[in-house]
Design a protein around this ligand. Structure first.
Ligand SMILES: [Zn+2]
Ligand SMILES: [Zn+2]
Length: 136
């Protein structure tokens, strides 16, 4: 995982100043696993009570615009991810956890409908029940 320093440099390389608001949103993204804007807001509020939800959205927009954050859309809810290389996710329908799945490179799924396409990315969201929720 990238250090804060790297993100500082990344921000500057992408023409973004390293403001305290941006730093706290990036910290939240790194600490929480695929948070939504509300979770980032909660994290930021504990550290910077003056920070508004609007600011969180604003920072997320800027970071996405600079290609530093990916957005996952799941059943109309938006989650944010600072891990930029291609990877799948798995989502538990019951407890809502959203975790990274590392599919070995080269294990592409081949679908007949897409054989005429030149596919350069394939990121899936797997869904089901996590081991803990299966026991409940
Ligand atoms: Zn679960
Ligand atoms: Zn991820």
């Amino acid at each position: 995982m990238a250090s804060e320093l790297t993100f500082d440099a990344l921000l500057r390389e992408n023409g973004l100043r390293a403001t305290p608001q941006r730093a706290i949103v990036i910290e939240a993204l790194m600490e929480l696993s695929h948070p939504d804007a509300d979770a980032i807001f909660g994290y930021a509020q504990e550290r910077q009570p003056s920070m508004s939800l609007a600011t969180v959205y604003n920072v997320l927009d800027k970071l996405r615009g600079a290609g530093l954050v990916h957005m996952l859309d799941l059943h109309g809810r938006r989650y944010f991810d600072v891990r930029l290389e291609h990877h799948d996710h798995v989502h538990c329908r019951q407890c809502g956890q959203l975790a990274d799945v590392n599919r070995p490179f080269g294990t592409r799924l081949v679908v007949p409908q897409l054989t005429a396409w030149q596919i350069d990315d394939q990121a899936l969201i797997w869904e089901g029940l996590c081991p803990e929720c299966q026991q409940g």
